[in-house]
Structure formats: structure tokens, C-alpha cells
Design a protein around this ligand. Structure first.
Ligand code: KG4
Ligand code: ZN
Length: 337
């Protein structure tokens, strides 16, 4: 048995979790806790890095205490302390890394830095119905949009990615243009439910590019152009424009995911990252994949966006697979990019 404490602090959520690994079985989530800073950053319309770091400092140890108590474990029982090494905000990452390494040094236990995206990628293994390898992964977060062929832990082949903005960024920037505040994705998606997705013709960049790359930068310009054209009439059409924007993003994600499945011949799709919480995306992927006989796996809704459970899980899976060893070199660094 191996008990892994995981800490996530790359952006605006402080997450801590405890995962137990035994042999080759999928590690088990014992407890997790999350503190979202969304309310704090909302007044500024986006994440303020300095405030984020300071809040992580305030939250991380109380969350760790809670997670241990919830699981009925004590700190000295922890075998490995994992943390998000990057990418993310440098100051925010340093909080998690610093706390993880301090705990490791004090306990005399090794530490492991985890790639944030690998956390998202493996987060569907936290669900009751975890995927089997190999699978195609659609990673859609605020900072990344990638399609990957995943053969096993640490065996990832990049099939395509965005050449400019990420899908989450497209949601967030369009939402900002529509005055929907931060974080934009969920807000835009909520408004879109009352709108007509066919109301506005928006571009589907690279839809027919023949490769698996994405481009979303042009979309926000198109949304801006539409919003300007509407002028005074914008408020009345906001829901329609939101729905049309969401439809454009979702269609590209859907088509390219299907193309990746066809290209690889794989029968399983894993969707991870914050945008994976999007309802329209889930509905359309589910429908298309059902027709093709492809299984789709998502993380639980609560574990789509940043959390500590995915970091503890990724660390436990890497260790169990022998892909990496935890280290007692506590001279940590972080990789913001
Ligand atoms: O994975 P995540 O929590 O953080 C990063 O690693 O970036 O993803 C955050 C992104 C944001 O851009 C947010 O607007 C988007 O995920 N997001 C959504 C939804 N929930 C979160 N986008 C569309 N629809 C949603 N329901
Ligand atoms: Zn993330």
C-alpha cells in the first residue's frame, strides 16, 4: 500500500487529496478538498497572480489537515507527497511545491512533481468507470487544447494541438466580450442554453485542415465583429451570440476528436480539462460516439476543473507504472511554461 498526498496550486484553485495505490490496481481516491478562489478574483475580471499565491498559502495546510482527517489518516502515514510542478502561475506553483517539499523533508518521505496536464489526462481514472488503455484523449483546458494518443502511463503521443488560443480561452475571451465576467466558460455556456446556436454564422477555423490542429484566435475576433455590428441590439441577442459561439467551439472539438479516433482506429475517447465540463460538448460527443460504438470517458464533473485528486492520482499511477521515482531532493523547482 502506498499513500500519496497530492497538492494542486497552479492557478486559482487550491486542491489537496489523498490517494491509495496497491500494486497494479487503479489507485483509489480516499479524500479530497478544494478551495476555489473564483469569488476573490471575480472583482478583477480574471486571476490576479499575486492574490492567487497568497490565498494558496492561506488554504493549503488547512485543506491537507481536512483531507487527512476525512480519510482517517495521519500525516506520518503518507508515503509520497506530490505537487503540480507546472505549467501554471509561477508564484502559485511555488506555494504547492514549497509546501510539498517541506512536508516531505519533515517526514523524511520522497516528493514527486507532476505535470498539470497529465493530472487532467488521468483524471477519468478517478471515476467509478475508469477507461482502459489505449485511448484518444481530448485535453481541453484554459491553457491547452490537445489531442493525444495514450498507450499507457507516460506513453503519450501528441496528435494535434491549438496553434493559438486554447478552447477554454476561446470561451473565456468571448464571454468577456459579451460582458459575462470570469470565469467565462460556465457563464457563456449557461447563457447559451437560452439562445439559438444557429443565429449567427461564426467561423470553424481549421475544420477542414486535414490535420488534428486547432485554431481559436479568429473566433473571438468574429464574436467581437458581430457584437459591434449588433451595437445597441446586443443585449437582446446576447444569448443567441453565446449559443452560436459555443456551437462553433464544440463543433470543431467534436469533428477533430472523431478524426483522431478514425486516424488511430481506437475505440475509446477520454475527455479531460475544464472545457470537458461543457454540456453541449458532452451531449454531442456522446451522441456521435454512440453511433460509432466508441466509449467516451469523462472525469466526474467536479473533477473536470483543477483539483488535487488528479495530481495525487497521476503521481500514484506514475509510481505504480514505474514511469518515475519519487525523490528526496527537496531543492524543488517549478516549470511555469
Ligand atoms: O482545466 P481548468 O480548470 O484549468 C486549466 O488548467 O486551464 O480549465 C479552466 C477552463 C476555463 O477556460 C473555463 O472557462 C473552462 O475551463 N470551463 C468551461 C466550462 N467549465 C469550465 N468552458 C465551457 N463550458 C463549461 N461548462
Ligand atoms: Zn487545469
Amino acid at each position: 500500500m502506498m499513500l500519496v498526498l497530492g497538492i494542486e496550486s497552479s492557478c486559482d484553485e487550491t486542491g489537496v487529496a489523498l490517494v491509495e495505490a496497491a500494486g497494479i490496481a487503479v489507485p483509489r481516491l480516499l479524500s479530497h478538498a478544494l478551495h476555489s478562489q473564483i469569488d476573490m478574483h471575480q472583482a478583477y475580471g480574471g486571476v490576479v497572480p499575486e492574490l492567487a499565491s497568497r490565498d494558496h498559502i492561506r488554504r493549503v495546510l488547512p485543506l491537507a489537515t481536512r483531507v487527512l482527517a476525512d480519510a482517517g489518516r495521519r500525516l506520518p502515514e503518507v508515503d509520497v507527497v506530490a505537487y503540480t510542478r507546472g505549467p501554471g502561475l509561477a508564484g502559485a506553483l511555488l506555494v504547492g511545491a514549497g509546501v510539498a517539499c517541506a512536508l516531505g523533508a519533515a517526514l523524511g518521505k520522497p516528493v514527486l512533481g507532476v505535470h498539470h496536464l497529465e493530472g487532467h489526462l488521468l483524471s477519468p481514472f478517478l471515476s467509478a468507470d475508469p477507461p482502459g488503455f489505449p485511448f484518444v484523449a481530448l485535453l481541453v483546458s484554459g491553457g491547452h487544447t490537445q489531442l493525444m494518443r495514450v498507450e499507457g502511463v507516460g506513453r503519450y503521443q501528441l496528435l494535434g494541438e491549438t496553434i493559438d488560443d486554447a478552447a477554454g480561452e476561446a470561451f473565456d475571451k468571448s464571454a468577456k466580450l459579451l460582458g459575462l465576467g470570469y470565469p467565462g466558460g460556465p457563464a457563456l455556456s449557461r447563457l447559451a442554453e437560452q439562445g439559438d446556436a444557429q443565429a449567427f454564422k461564426l467561423p470553424r477555423p481549421l475544420l477542414h485542415s486535414g490535420d488534428l490542429d486547432f485554431s481559436f484566435a479568429g473566433l473571438k475576433t468574429a464574436v467581437l465583429t458581430q457584437a459591434r455590428k449588433l451595437g445597441e441590439g446586443l443585449p437582446a441577442r446576447k444569448a443567441d451570440l453565446a449559443a452560436s459561439t459555443e456551437a462553433a467551439i464544440v463543433e470543431v472539438l467534436l469533428r477533430k476528436s472523431l478524426a483522431a479516433l478514425q486516424e488511430t482506429g481506437l475505440q475509446r475517447l477520454v475527455v479531460a480539462g475544464g472545457v470537458g465540463a461543457n454540456r453541449r460538448l458532452r451531449e454531442q460527443l456522446d451522441a456521435a460516439c454512440a453511433r460509432l460504438g466508441v466509449r467516451v470517458h469523462y472525469p466526474e464533473l467536479a473533477l473536470c476543473t483543477d483539483n488535487g485528486a488528479m495530481i495525487a492520482m497521476a503521481a500514484a499511477m506514475r509510481l505504480a507504472a514505474g514511469a518515475q521515482q519519487a525523490s528526496t531532493d527537496y531543492a524543488f523547482d517549478v516549470k511555469p511554461r
